[in-house]
Write a protein of this length. Structure first.
Length: 447
């Protein structure tokens, strides 16, 4: 099914934090103290749950899960409140911890800030060991701070390059079949040049320019270039010496050099309508692309800039409010929400990779031999946010309360480079700004 432009935008945001709320988080003060622990409570009674209002299909799955949980037993009653997605993170940020619900959803990169501001409690003592063990390593990495888990998700996300097999074959371009034979950045550049010779306007690549780059898409979509070059957005709490290394500067310069091949994609259909042969985007475009191209659609890893191909990961997750008086009941609901039936229903609704091992193995899209196996293969090699090696692939965006500053400064730098700025100067400026902010806030340490 082809999503409408509205649902496409919503689906795309499934894997991405909203930029405006993240900016609002940056102004959030305080925090840094010891973990505020929810009370265990009796494990019975009424609990409140907040979630973001997404696609209608996502909302329906969640509402059905709550209804079936309430009818499956008589000890706990869940009261669900849906808050419009554009207002959701701002609402949590503006609400005092004492007024937050027992269970709340949050976008992955916002988690550390909510922990820092004492709005989330560790869930390890409240969800079952079975639920924790069934969560994928990648989604657990997104939800962990200081060895404790504050969130688990129903689904994850991933990036790749979608290819039009018909156009690639016509131009004589050989392309990867999986992670093991990924393109190098030089090979990717060569493929663009070869495709250009067969293209009427010379535009052969979609980089989702229509989403803008001074946005969370800029960070989510292109931080993998930094990671694949052996760099990092943040290392040991510092950006200088990680974000602005010679290898990262060279990689970003290569990205900059692709601009002449890029279709601006103002209508959002550059790839689906066959104007370009390659589209650098996430799992969320598969429904539209598969409908448009059918058997001509191929799914490829991002190119390797020297230290192995990388992808972003992470998405919406669930946690327990720090001031909850009924952690046991909250945990019981999370156990139910994260079972195979509910996770499979949600990921069928939104097309995202399941964030539990069992649901992922059963997924018709992501299981071995499925059309989106590549995304599962990438998530099966998680890096976390600090130990980024040549062999891991799926990197978690920095788990820090200072993430809003990191993403704002990096995406601004990326946008300026794409507009023609010098990569070295732009990255050095971003690194200095990030480090100054972290210095001003004592490193955003969470005790």
């Amino acid at each position: 099914m082809s999503p409408t432009s509205r649902s496409h935008r919503r689906t795309a945001r499934t894997g991405l934090a909203l930029v405006l709320p993240l900016a609002a988080l940056a102004a959030c003060g305080g925090g840094g103290g010891a973990d505020t622990s929810a009370e265990a409570g009796s494990g019975t009674g009424t609990i409140s749950v907040w979630a973001h209002q997404g696609q209608k299909s996502e909302d329906a799955v969640l509402q059905n899960a709550v209804k079936s949980f309430n009818s499956s037993q008589d000890k706990i009653k869940v009261e669900l409140k849906l808050i419009p997605g554009n207002d959701y993170t701002k609402t949590i940020t503006a609400t005092d911890a004492s007024q937050l619900p027992d269970v709340m959803e949050f976008d992955g990169p916002t988690m550390a800030n909510f922990v820092y501001n004492k709005k989330l409690t560790a869930i390890d003592d409240y969800v079952s060991s079975r639920t924790m063990a069934n969560a994928t390593a990648a989604v657990k990495a997104q939800g962990a701070v200081g060895g404790r888990h504050y969130g688990l998700g129903m689904y994850d996300s991933g990036l790749g390059v979608y290819g039009n097999k018909k156009l690639l074959d016509a131009a004589g371009v050989k392309y990867p079949t999986g992670l093991s034979d990924d393109w190098t950045a030089a090979e990717f550049t060569a493929a663009l040049k070869t495709l250009k010779a067969k293209d009427s306007d010379g535009k052969t690549l979609d980089l989702q320019e229509n989403n803008g780059y001074a946005t969370e898409w800029g960070t989510y979509g292109f931080a993998p270039v930094v990671w694949s070059a052996g760099g990092s957005l943040l290392k040991g709490g510092k950006a200088e010496g990680a974000l602005d290394t010679p290898a990262v500067v060279s990689a970003v310069k290569t990205l900059q050099s692709w601009k002449p091949y890029v279709d601006p994609n103002t209508d959002g259909n550059a790839f689906a309508k066959g104007r370009v042969a390659l589209s650098w985007v996430g799992h969320w475009m598969y429904p539209a692309y598969s409908q448009a191209l059918g058997d001509d659609l191929v799914v490829l890893p991002l190119p390797d800039f020297g230290e192995g191909p990388k992808t972003g990961q992470g998405s919406w997750a669930w946690g327990i409010g720090a001031d909850s008086k009924n952690g046991k009941a909250a945990g019981a609901f999370l156990d139910y929400l994260l079972d195979d039936a509910n996770v499979s229903a949600m990921t069928t609704a939104n097309g995202a990779p399941p964030a539990t091992r069992s649901a992922l193995a059963k997924s018709s899209l992501y299981r071995q031999g499925g059309p989106l196996q590549l995304f599962a293969d990438q998530l099966a090699k998680p890096c976390g946010d600090t130990d980024i090696t040549t062999t891991c692939v799926a990197v978690t965006r920095p788990v820090t309360a200072g993430y809003p500053t990191v993403t704002a400064k990096f995406s601004e730098a990326l946008n300026s480079v794409y507009g023609g700025a010098d990569p070295k100067s732009a990255l050095e400026k971003a690194a200095r700004a990030i480090d100054q902010d972290f210095s001003d806030n004592d490193g955003y340490k969470i005790q």
